[in-house]
Design a protein around this ligand. Structure first.
Ligand SMILES: [Zn+2]
Length: 117
């Protein structure tokens, strides 16, 4: 839809582009927040996040939507995701509260070196 400029469901050619998708703030009526691709608490000292440790909230990327004016069919794309690997787990989780990461790379490319040449 983004490339073709045409809705694959109804053939419509009037598409709204919403960049980035934003949501209203839950507490303030005059604030909006861009929908992030991923966010996670990270320990400032590095390593697993343990109880009482100082942390920061890291957020990566934004979502963009293409919405067909005719039928409402929508496609979403992520942009600015170069730093997603920073949110992936690199250390074992602590049993006392670090929920771990919700970001994981599923890489299904064949290995460059190996038996599949
Ligand atoms: Zn449509």
């Amino acid at each position: 839809m983004r490339r073709s400029g045409k809705c694959p469901k109804c053939g419509g050619k009037r598409l709204w582009v919403v960049d980035p998708i934003a949501q209203p703030d839950g507490d303030s009526s005059n604030q909006v927040h861009a929908m992030r691709v991923a966010t996670r608490r990270l320990a400032l000292a590095g390593g697993a996040l343990t109880f009482g440790q100082t942390w920061e909230r890291a957020a990566v990327g934004f979502f963009v939507a293409y919405v067909c004016e005719g039928c409402g069919f929508s496609e979403m794309y992520a942009r600015d995701i170069e730093d997603l690997a920073d949110l992936e787990d690199t250390v074992p989780h602590d049993a006392h509260g670090d929920p771990g990461s919700n970001v994981e790379l599923l890489d299904t490319q064949p290995p460059k070196d190996g038996p599949h040449r």
